[in-house]
Design a binder for this molecule. Sequence first.
Ligand code: HEC
Ligand code: HEC
Length: 379
Amino acid sequence: MKTRTTLKLSAIAASFAALLTATAATGQTFPPLAPLPPVSPPKDNPQSPEKIALGKQLFWDARLSGDGSMPCVSCHLPALGWGDNNALSRGYPGTKHWRNSQTIINSAYYNKLFWEGSVTSLETQAAAAAEGGIAGNGDPSVMEMRLRFIPEYVESFRKVFGAEWPRMNDAYRAISAYQRTVVSDASKVPFDRYMNGDKKALNAAQKRGMALFNGKAGCIQCHNGALASDQQFHDLGLTDHPGFKDDPLLQVTHRWQHYQKGVSENRYRNADRDYGLFYVTKNPKDAGKFRTPSLREVKYTAPYMHNGVFTTLDEVVEFYDRGGEAGTNKSPLIKALGLTAQQKKDLVAFIEALSMTEPLIHDDPKLPGDYQPLPAPAK
Ligand code: HEC
Ligand code: HEC
């Protein structure tokens, strides 16, 4: 088993090496941007049309949250790029969320999820979302019992998972199967069409932007490979969200998160910023680092960054052009770029070419009807 894994990994490494492109500026090589491969679901959770349909219902169903008001879709709205359009996401009633809601488009491709990469599978992520205090805030045993009293769900779970009753773990597997279908459609992404042979799919400005992306602007150093993310963590020197200093409800969330994530008491009592990767590693050198997000579909996912400080792609490019701001562990790759006004426009035009020409929308599913009493057990 072990040797087989090693062999497979080295084969992947070799095919990557063959694909590496050089950036003019540093001579270093990075996996080039490329069309996305098909999604590969984990072996223990294969896709099926029935499972995907069930997962879609559960993604929309508010009964999978504490007070029955916060389904996944309430913070991941198809019409808002499958995020929500607030700088910091809406939170569970009575709370404020402390981070920007990520899009779930293409989340199937990440090997680490959340801004700090704290979980490594969609299945685990779904549990964290449905049960987390500032998101779904549902008690898993209560949510599971609710599903058992909805006959249509009981039937669907039996068909899909062969278990007598719905179980939360299966619910999370179905939701994940559904999310693995929420991916960019390459036939509608200008960059993918271009790479697949349609040389007219990118206009002149977008092609100039692509050259800047891979060259002078150096974006490829972190936004690389098919996902346009190295899946690594970097501190860009981003300004903190002002609310962390003056919004009491945000401060409550903030400190609660610090407590949950097990930092020292001193840091917890005095928390005034989001330390990102630090919560996972507890290494001070990781404070302020966040996972590089994909640049696919960002045309539809404003505002940007883990704290939503930028509302347009132009603002993001201005930020990179001035070399970011101060940050304790700021990446040496972030430095002033000296782009002209035209070059900034071209860069934005290219980033937009990594998004579909029309937003990816799924219609609302029909949800199962109301709770029904269970018949008394047979004597
Ligand atoms: C209250 C709003 C809210 C609700 C409800 C919610 N989410 Fe999220 N979601 C967020 C926020 C905010 C983040 C980023 C959080 C972080 O990094 O700490 C996120 C992150 C994610 C990610 C990670 C994406 C990535 O690129 O790493 C996935 C996947 C996801 N949510 C799926 C779900 C699912 C499935 C549900 C329902 C079970 C759900 N969410 C419910 C707000 C919400
Ligand atoms: C040192 C690595 C690195 C480099 C170089 C880099 N980025 Fe990023 N990028 C990141 C990280 C990390 C984030 C998330 C930061 C955060 O939220 O704190 C990010 C966020 C973004 C976002 C916001 C995406 C979202 O979903 O919120 C955009 C857009 C973006 N970068 C574009 C660019 C462009 C354009 C360039 C080149 C000028 C570039 N990046 C260069 C690492 C990098």
